[in-house]
Design a protein around this ligand. Sequence first.
Ligand SMILES: [Zn+2]
Length: 73
Amino acid sequence: MIIWDFNVIVAIGITLSLGVVIVCWVIYTLSGGRTEPLSNREFFRQCGFCSYLYFDYFKKIPGHCPRCGSFQE
Ligand SMILES: [Zn+2]
């Protein structure tokens, strides 16, 4: 018979918490680890005149540089 005192309950709680963290870490590692840091790379544009990097989510042609105001193809 297990005697349920406070120390046993705390030890079981810490063990279960660490177990959940370790299982999540293993699943994350086995599933490929990191995700794509720039998932919206297709919207990434660079101005041809001032080299400013910006996101163009609307993909309007001609594009419009937010820094220098020049039009981009
Ligand atoms: Zn520009």
